[in-house]
Design a protein around this ligand. Structure first.
Ligand SMILES: NC(=O)c1ccc[n+]([C@@H]2O[C@H](COP(=O)([O-])OP(=O)(O)OC[C@H]3O[C@@H](n4cnc5c(N)ncnc54)[C@H](O)[C@@H]3O)[C@@H](O)[C@H]2O)c1
Length: 249
């Protein structure tokens, strides 16, 4: 156990699985009190049990990130339980491999609601408490696909690109109000989400990754840990790519 997040209270959305689960485990190991939110209740409870098994402190709150009422509840439960909020990781997300003509309005709106609107709602709902902490930090999990384009993923690229610029806008807005806001952009990471991408897609991306393999959830969580710790006190409104070199080519 370390102490890089000692005294922090961190909300991690989509914390029941994959990259979010990695964040929850790592943040608790570094001393944060962790609020895991997700629509997957059983998996969320399992992560809480794992954290408690290691001597950490965590709770699970069921939340759909697209619901403003759910956000209000998460903030209330967190403040009631831990006395405030210092840290927010907007991580929940879904992906689909659909091109411009194949995409439906329903599908497009779903990706935007979860990946983009959910991030804004999270910043909005948590901001009063983050400001009150005097030393708040937000990490928004975008994607390498929020920076570069690829074919046949139009809604996901749009939402993740929006997260990148919403992060810069919000980071500038709150730069003198004690809240740092940065985005993290993963390349291909071994999680259940990557498993939903069909065909040879993942194999092709892995082959295109200069380091020759997929990343792990902890590769992303360690970047976010730094950004949410006080070690990153002069860093805001910026983007951080963790991709095995893929985006450089
Ligand atoms: N895995 C990758 O290769 C990769 C690459 C770049 C970016 N990302 C991003 O990383 C983040 C985490 O993805 P992951 O790979 O760990 O996937 P994952 O499927 O393992 O985890 C995502 C979690 O988000 C939750 N979630 C989905 N919709 C939700 C909603 N409406 N409200 C609350 N929770 C919801 C899911 O239940 C799940 O537990 C996502 O934002 C994703 O876009 C992943």
């Amino acid at each position: 156990m370390g102490n890089r997040l000692e005294g922090k209270v961190a909300i991690i959305t989509g914390g029941a699985s994959g990259i979010g689960e990695g964040h929850a485990l790592l943040y608790a190991r570094e001393g944060a009190k962790v609020v895991i939110t997700d629509i997957q209740e059983e998996l969320g409870a399992n992560v809480v049990a794992a954290i408690k098994g290691e001597g950490g402190d965590a709770i699970f709150v069921r939340q759909d990130v697209t619901s403003e009422a759910d956000w209000a509840n998460v903030v209330k439960v967190t403040v009631d339980t831990y006395g405030g909020i210092t840290t927010l990781v907007n991580n929940a997300g879904v992906a689909n491999l659909v091109g411009v003509e194949e995409e439906t309005l329903e599908g497009f709106n779903r990706i935007v609601a979860i990946c983009q609107t959910g991030v804004w709602l999270g910043m909005k709902a948590c901001m009063p408490e983050l400001k009150k902490s005097g030393n708040g930090a937000i990490v928004n999990i975008s994607s390498l696909y929020g920076i570069m384009g690829t074919p046949s993923m139009v809604s996901y690229h749009g939402a993740k690109g929006a997260v990148r610029l919403m992060t810069k806008s919000a980071g500038l807005e709150y730069a003198r109000q004690g809240v740092r806001i940065n985005s993290v952009h993963p390349g291909i990471i071994k999680t259940p989400l990557a498993d939903t991408l069909t065909g040879d897609y993942v194999a092709e991306i892995t082959a295109a990754t200069p380091m020759g393999h997929m990343g792990e959830p902890m590769d992303i969580a360690t970047m976010s840990l730094f950004l949410c710790s006080d070690e990153a006190k002069f860093i805001t409104a910026n983007e951080f790519v963790v991709d095995g070199g893929w985006g450089a080519g």
